[in-house]
Ligand binder design. Structure first.
Ligand code: COA
Length: 540
């Protein structure tokens, strides 16, 4: 296969300026990640109290469970960022994918140092999203439970609706019925609804002295029955392992519990990471010919200056080898075949605006990959579909719709990375969240909104001013309206605003993207091939 020959001048002043600007974005990303790990209002006190009880921190717990020297792909670390008055970093829950006894599992672990591990609305969303990932990728789930249950001040945003707390139990029961192990270690409170997480699990381990399960905690029992009871007598490990049978094993400390969990994982009879089923064409991986760090210098610090996504592809795919499809036509979308960590993928990447031909080319390529059973990788950097008389006359609406329909109906696994702008229906055609990519990651330079702030400023201020027809409007008032609209769009298209709300599975450093995608593809490779779609390739 041909290799991409990079045209980037890594010695240029522009490259150096871009690198410097991007390094500052990475610095901010790392700072904010650290904040999710140990920051937040009043958190210091909670952490000290947690450690003082001899309990492990949530990420250390995961480390103690997974196989030595294997990575943990943490998802949506920055969920909740800037919300809840910054008192719930990470939403109070950690999710991700780790390997135990060679088998990949989804982890859902409460962080008891954040509001007692109670489930904020974003924590519920994250919990349910992790279960959806387990479902789509045929993964068992390990629950490390240490939670005060529903975050009561926001109970109406957590409790009743589809994909709220009930949805997490619905999914848990159905995952188990599909033969995907649901395993719990109880390391703290499991109160009320929270009690159903272990109760619905296939096997449960409780840690003596810290793990407790009860439908109503001591305060509720006192209020309802007038009984004053010690929490361990009401729902401790001893009671549930020796009397009620709610728990299957009791461990005297956390480490013993993780050892027992690993023993259980030896018996779950799941496919291991390397058990590729052969439907994804695979060969020995090789690194890209160009270092991933160069991506920092490719992405323009000035977002008005376009950059070539082919250069990004060269730094993500094996050997920088890329068989471009239809390279001379519809060039604002780059399509072609490559490998990521040995797995064959079809890559669709934007170079700005999507024109009618680009949309047709993308639809054609998606159908090719669907017919050939090749997973799709979307790299989004688009301001959306082309507007204007010429574009409308060329039928952009129907050509864009073909692309959107092809993406929606593709049955092969899809993966999306927001490497730049994700605006308007471009987000949809390029497999945004609504189109159910298996995983969606975003880079810290990305932006996501219906339209860019400068476009929104013009469109919305024109509408507002038209509405004020007849009324006197001063230059200052017009400027204030524009500034307000611009500010709103800038805030809402910020990648931290997006990741905080779980519009993605995490903001990641471009340098880590290839590894994250490789892991995600390896999950699909161990599954049976997805049921094929129609397999017809229309040349549109
Ligand atoms: N909703 C909202 N906040 C909760 C909460 C909940 N369900 N559970 C705990 N919190 C908060 C506490 O208010 C406290 O907040 P603060 O740090 O701002 O003061 C923080 O989490 C820690 O709780 P605390 O009780 O001090 O910690 P603990 O380690 O001694 O106990 C629990 C932890 C979970 C055992 C205990 O808080 C508890 O029993 N919570 C209520 C559980 C419940 O009845 N849930 C019903 C859900 S339907």
């Amino acid at each position: 296969m041909r290799s991409i020959v990079s045209k980037i001048d890594t010695g240029s002043a522009d490259f150096a300026a871009n690198v410097a600007a991007y390094r500052s974005l990475i610095h901010t990303l790392n700072e904010r990640m650290q904040f999710a790990i140990d920051g937040g209002k009043g958190r210091e006190r909670s952490i000290q109290r947690h450690l003082g009880r001899g309990k492990e921190m949530v990420r250390d717990r995961i480390d103690l469970v997974i196989d030595v020297d294997t990575p943990f792909l943490e998802l949506s670390t920055l969920s909740g960022f800037g919300q809840y008055d910054d008192a719930a970093p990470g939403g109070g829950i950690v999710t991700g994918i780790g390997v135990v006894q060679g088998v990949p599992y989804v982890f859902i672990a409460n962080d008891a140092t954040v509001k007692g591990g109670s489930l904020t609305p974003i924590a519920i969303k994250k919990h349910v999203r992790a279960q959806q990932i387990a479902d789509e990728n045929d993964l068992g789930v390990i629950y490390l439970v240490d939670s005060g249950g529903a975050f009561l001040p926001l109970q109406d945003e957590i409790f009743p609706d589809k994909d709220h707390f009930g949805g997490s139990f619905y999914r848990q029961a159905r995952l188990s019925a599909r033969g995907l192990p649901q395993l719990s270690v109880v390391l703290g409170g499991c109160t009320a609804g929270g009690a159903y997480v272990p109760a619905l699990s296939d096997e449960v381990i409780m840690v003596e002295g810290i793990g407790r399960i009860f439908l109503g905690g001591p305060p509720i029992v006192k209020a309802a029955l007038g009984e004053v009871i010690d929490p361990d007598d009401l729902g401790g490990a001893e009671l549930h392992t020796h009397v009620s049978g709610v728990s299957d094993y009791m461990a005297s400390n956390e480490r013993e519990a993780y050892g027992r969990l690993r023993e259980i994982c030896e018996t779950t009879n799941q496919r291991k990471v390397e058990d590729r089923q052969g439907w994804i064409d695979w060969t020995e991986p090789k690194p890209p010919a160009y270092p991933a760090e160069e991506i920092y210098g490719i992405i323009s610090a000035d977002d008005r200056i376009p950059w070539d996504s082919t250069e990004v592809i060269a730094r993500l795919v094996d050997g920088s080898e890329f068989a471009a499809f239809k390279p001379e036509w519809g060039t604002s979308i780059v399509t072609g075949f490559a490998r990521v960590w040995g797995h064959r993928v079809g890559v669709i990447a934007n170079n700005g605006i999507i024109f009618p031909e680009s949309a047709l080319k993308a639809a054609h390529f998606i159908e090719l990959c669907e017919q050939r059973r090749i997973p799709l990788l979307f790299l989004q950097n688009t301001t959306g579909y082309m507007v204007g008389r010429d574009s409308e006359a060329a039928g952009i609406a129907k050509h864009g719709a073909k692309m959107v329909a092809a993406v929606a109906n593709a049955t092969v696994p899809k993966y999306t990375v927001l490497i730049g702008g994700s605006y308007g229906a471009g987000n949809y055609g390029m497999c945004g969240r609504g189109f159910e990519p298996r995983f969606l990651f975003a880079w810290p330079n990305s932006r996501i909104a219906t339209m860019a702030p400068n476009t929104a400023e013009t469109v919305l201020s024109d509408i507002r001013l038209a509405g004020l027809k007849g009324a006197e409007t001063t230059e200052e008032e017009i400027a204030a309206i524009k500034a307000e609209i611009r500010g709103q769009f800038e805030t809402q298209s910020d990648p931290y605003h997006a990741t905080s709300r779980l519009w993605d599975d995490g903001l990641i450093d471009p340098v880590h993207t290839r590894d994250a995608l490789g892991l995600c593809l390896s999950l699909a490779a161990r599954q049976d091939a997805p049921a094929p779609g129609p397999g017809i390739v229309y040349r549109m």
